[in-house]
Ligand binder design. Sequence first.
Ligand SMILES: Cc1ncc(COP(=O)(O)O)c(C=O)c1O
Length: 364
Amino acid sequence: MSHWKELLLDHIKAIETYQGVESPDTIAAKTGINIDDIIKLNGNENPYGFSAMVKTYLGNYDNYNLYPDPNQEKLRHTLAEYAGTDYQNIVAGNGADELIDLLIRIFVGIGDEVIIPTPTFGMYSFGTEIVGGRVINVPRDDGYDINVKEIIEAITDRTKIIFLTSPNNPTGNLVSSEDVSELLENDVIVVVDETYYEFCKMTHMGLLLDYPNLVILRTFSKWAGLAGLRIGFGIMDPELVETIMAMKPPYNVNLAAEIAIYASLEDKDRLIARVDEIVSERERVFGILNGLEGIKLYPSMGNFILCEFNGGIGKVIYDALCEKGIYLRYFGKPPLDDSIRFSIGKPKENEIVMREITTILDGR
Ligand SMILES: Cc1ncc(COP(=O)(O)O)c(C=O)c1O
């Protein structure tokens, strides 16, 4: 045969890959920086880690030789109780990422359209391109709010999904209930990704009663510090849950992730107290950086802050911190040119970031 690449689907050949964040091991191996000295503030992960009870639960569990329950019975009941909804409304996934992927795969065919208010989380466009769908980017306004009128104008008879994110990554702002309702009036699926829900405690779940075309996404990656175990869930119309349950890989959520959820929920109060600490730390950091000359901050309801610089100062700050083993997320492309998003770390870590930013801004 000729080369295997000839067999690839045309749209796959053209795809722009999603760049996930590198693990501390990879960074340490690449840079020679001691792994314990690496401060990772580029993935909106939880600086306090996971509940101590997770280790005990995982260590005491005996049945890793068996497959997990494909119907996720106990897991879905537990998640429903946590989220304040019914078991029939819940499906669990290998991170919120898997649910984004499953939703796209069941609704979007080649040439179908997915509307994405940009800038936002990259997995929506990546997932759409993988199935040969068309990404319709609708830019947000100057304050990064979604532009409902323009989104509605962009809807065509090929539009299948609109992805909203509340709070939005990387801009940190919420989407209003009025805006979500207005979009739900159209014949499309509206996904509201509430990955950072626990940091803002504001949800659009209440709209599920009136709108079966609404899907809410949540995760344990951020508030419970379980990003490495990959566990998220969706809240939606029971019939859509059934469709996804029938379509998903049978054992999509691994047992370690499931057990870690039970442990985390036992320890929920402590984890939420840490979330609240991160939120007050975010406000402290915002208060210190806001108003400095040469930086524009966006108020955030998540566990991260977006800062806009100009003239390449953002890149200088980013590079200087990388050299010290502190990793932030740098965006070098419009509309986020010369912008940095950093996750709120422990106070000591944030101090280093703020010191570097201040020093570089002062030395311009
Ligand atoms: C908006 C948004 N959705 C989903 C995810 C992925 O969540 P998970 O780790 O549950 O796959 C992220 C991760 O950063 C995110 O920012």
